[in-house]
Design a protein around this ligand. Structure first.
Ligand code: RIB
Length: 298
């Protein structure tokens, strides 16, 4: 089983000619809503990739909650340990440009009240995988990792949004996944001199024995585990909307590990799934199912 502890949002998405800079206003034509949140996205991606998945997070008692959870429910993700709290459901305001690139502002809302203690409602053990990101409170993310570790489960952290995890959290991890920007932020925090994201991954593997993957957008992904470098190129796709592509990578990668695939084969599944997700609009609606991922990965 894969357990995801993380954020649940409703995304409000508008397409713009250009993503605005500070102090600027840009007009979009209209907007769409769709379920999102890095945690929920990764849970759905893992489920669609074929894993049994439980999502642990928090939503409000408002009208956004049902829409935010709709696709998780439709695909049969276990929501029994997701809480309803007295705060608005998280919302993300997303601008997408003609190249499919995005800029995102998240109003955390109920995600601020997600607690690691909710994990106690699930029976976790060896063979399970906990997937974490950084859109819920850092102390709860760390407590969730330690809980899973104590139960003998593996722990994967997606370092999004960028920031430096505590040493305790880093030591509890079995794998770390970051994009180039997130990897460099971590490299700076660790006072590494390099400006190469891949070297940060190699360093974490060498110094901490932590398997680390850097996702490279249209160039695929590169990872280091036990001193060995694995790279996977991305198939060419016309990017319509890259929102949630990184989350799709994480979910599909975790699902592949969960069914016993090796690190490099799991990276391939992640890259294939992330590429497929770029070809359609929205984070969750664009996520591929296992058969599509396998066909592309092969
Ligand atoms: O990674 C994409 C996600 O980031 C969006 O779905 C949005 O909700 C934010 O959490």
């Amino acid at each position: 089983m894969i357990v995801v502890f993380g954020s649940i949002n409703l995304d409000l998405i508008t397409r713009v000619e250009r993503i605005p800079g500070p102090g600027e206003t840009t007009l979009g034509v209209d907007y769409a809503t769709s379920p999102g949140g890095k945690g929920a996205n990764q849970a759905l991606a893992a489920r669609r990739a074929g894993a049994k998945v439980a999502m642990v997070g928090a939503v409000g008692k408002d009208s956004f909650a049902a829409e935010a959870l709709a696709l998780l429910k439709a695909d049969d993700v276990d929501l029994s340990a997701t809480a309803e709290v007295a705060a608005p459901t998280g919302a993300a305001f997303i601008a997408v440009d003609p190249n499919g690139e995005n800029a995102i502002v998240v109003a955390s809302g109920a995600n601020r009240f997600a607690k690691a203690a909710q994990l106690e409602q699930l029976a976790m053990g060896p063979g399970d995988i906990l997937v974490l990101q950084r859109e819920t409170p850092p102390a709860e993310v760390e407590a969730a990792a330690l809980h899973a570790k104590a139960k003998g489960a593996r722990v994967i952290l997606n370092l999004a949004p960028a920031g430096a995890p505590s040493d305790r959290l880093l030591r509890a991890l079995d794998a770390l996944i970051a994009n180039e920007h997130e990897a460099l932020t971590l490299g700076e925090a660790a006072k590494l001199e390099t400006r190469q994201p891949e070297e940060v991954a190699a360093h974490l593997d060498r110094a901490l024995g932590l398997a680390t993957i850097v996702t490279l957008g249209a160039a695929g992904a590169v990872g280091y585990s036990n001193g060995v470098r694995f790279a996977s190129a991305a198939p060419a796709v016309k990017a319509v909307d890259t929102t949630g592509a990184g989350d799709t990578f994480v979910g599909a990668f975790a699902a592949a590990l969960d069914r016993g695939l090796a690190f490099d084969d799991a990276i391939k599944r992640g890259v294939a799934a992330g590429s497929l997700a770029c070809a359609k609009p929205g984070a969750q609606p664009s996520m591929p199912y296992a058969a599509e991922i396998e066909a592309l990965a092969r």
